[in-house]
Design a protein around this ligand. Structure first.
Ligand code: URA
Length: 482
């Protein structure tokens, strides 16, 4: 039987998609129809609740017509990788004509396999436009989803976000949020459907309304005041800001609610800043609890989206000694506490040998989120970049201003940069203190994870130096009666 014999002459076919983002379904039906040689103007693609282009064509009757089955000897359908990549994205666009367009291009590809290279072809251009707009929507979702914490009935924290995508991207992007917030229980509610992650299983839910998501809460207030304090009018470019952060997303972003007032005051503030030597005056958090809330809400650098949670410092609020690490590791990220993993345990042993009581010290990090990359199922530590340390420095400064330690011990170069705001060589600076602006002494040594990476004689040498650095700090604390 030939392909055309299998098709009713002049018949129109209506394909009802089970979901507006079901590309796999479209692909399978499209293949079968191409193998039966059904031309594009004889097929209507209808998504749930839609009419497709049913009434735009010359009038098939409503409802499914049984689709023809391809003959056993039908040739394979050809589709370039470029087409498939673009089609997967374009299929998520909200344009009701998208599946018809994809089918038309697939049909044409059977006759002109290189047509995707023709940049002037209107169909190719349209697919590219659709795919680009979907990619942009996904990017906005990654950047502008803001979780608010709510408690489940049993007290477990659950994070809920509201987002209004332009296209059918929610299911496709759920995997991104699952990777980022693997250990958190969260829901993303949208008017196109909702996704719920309980730490193990992803569930889909129906479309939601704005009122279903929690509104403002104290963390949001804090976030707003933090944003206002870091907003730099000297760098304000309204056009660029609007194109990156379109107004439609503002209502979901706590910080965005104050943008109009910040823009209005920008010129005046700029003048003040210039007069003040470009040094912005920042309102510091009033307590360590506010710092902890602040770092939890902070999204000022990309690391904030990496781990499970921010890890704030811990220890007595008036500790004489502050120990600063680089950033929380895998175990700290899970536990929400600094220095509980292998490096922390090694540090504990050396502190004890040096006679330093960990529980009397305030332990924190230069960067408050865990930066990592996935290797299989494992999260591998990645060093923070200088600009990430500098961005997070505002929080470390706030902790120092509240705790007012007499001695700050920086473990490694990232920690030292977090304290000083510039890079120093630990091997050159160790052994003697640097005086800080507030009168505290900064002492430096290597990070304990450095010792964990060494073995043999190198480890012994470095371990001896590390122990003597800690002994020097202990000696100095005794000298100043701390
Ligand atoms: N390494 C750090 O720098 N900080 C921690 O909290 C844990 C490991």
């Amino acid at each position: 039987m030939t392909a055309m014999q299998n098709v009713s002459l002049g018949a129109h076919y209506a394909v009802h998609l089970p979901a507006p983002d079901d590309f796999a379904f479209w692909r399978e039906r499209a293949r079968g129809l191409i193998q039966c040689d059904v031309p594009p103007d004889r097929v209507s693609w209808i998504e749930p609740g839609g009419t497709g282009d049913l009434f735009a064509s010359d009038g098939p009757s409503r409802g499914d017509k049984r689709l023809p089955s391809p003959p056993a000897d039908a040739p394979a359908v050809r589709a370039s990788q470029r087409f498939l990549t673009l089609a997967r994205s374009a299929g998520l666009h909200s344009d009701p004509a998208r599946f018809g367009l994809l089918y038309r291009v697939l049909w044409r590809l059977q006759r002109s396999p290189r047509m995707m290279e023709d940049k002037a072809d209107p169909d190719v251009r349209r697919i590219e436009e659709l795919a680009k707009s979907v990619r942009r929507d996904a990017h906005k979702m990654h950047a502008f989803v803001r979780f608010r914490e709510v408690s489940e009935d049993n007290g477990t924290p659950h994070f809920v976000a509201w987002f209004e995508p332009d296209h059918h991207i929610v299911r496709a992007e759920a995997a991104f949020f699952m990777r980022r917030f693997a250990n958190m229980r969260w829901s993303i509610l949208t008017p196109r459907g909702s996704m719920h992650w309980d730490g193990e299983v992803m569930r889909e839910g129906p479309p939601a309304r704005r009122e279903d998501a929690p509104g403002d809460d104290p963390v949001e207030d804090l976030w707003r005041s933090y944003y206002a304090s870091i907003f730099n009018p000297a760098r304000l470019k309204v056009g660029a800001m609007l194109s990156e952060m379109p107004r439609k997303y503002w209502k979901n972003l706590p910080e965005a609610q104050i943008i109009p007032q910040l823009i209005a005051g920008a010129q005046a503030r700029e003048a003040v800043m210039v007069a003040a030597g470009e040094r912005e005056e920042r309102a510091r958090p009033a307590s360590l609890a506010v710092v902890a809330q602040g770092v939890a809400a902070c999204r000022d650098c990309p690391i904030a989206d990496c781990g499970t949670r921010a890890v704030a410092g811990e220890g007595p609020g008036q500790a004489h000694l502050m120990i600063v690490g680089e950033q929380p590791g895998d175990q700290e990220d899970i536990a929400g506490r600094p220095f509980v993993g292998p490096a922390g345990q090694l540090l504990d042993r050396y502190l004890t040998s040096a006679g330093i009581d960990r529980s009397a010290a305030y332990l924190t990090n230069a960067v408050k989120h865990f930066k990592f990359t996935w290797k299989g199922k494992h999260r591998l530590h990645q060093s923070p970049q200088a600009k990430e340390i500098d961005t997070c420095r505002w929080w470390l400064d706030a902790e120092r201003a509240l705790v007012r330690p007499r001695i700050v011990l920086a473990l490694g170069a990232s920690a030292a940069r977090g304290v000083l705001g510039r890079t120093v060589s630990v091997s050159k600076a160790r052994g003697a203190p640097i005086m800080l602006d507030d009168g505290a002494e900064l002492w430096m040594t290597v990070h304990p994870s450095y010792l964990l990476r060494l073995d043999g004689a190198a480890r012994e040498t470095q371990a001896t130096l590390f122990a003597s650095d800690l002994a020097a700090v202990q000696g100095r604390m005794a000298d100043i009666g701390a």
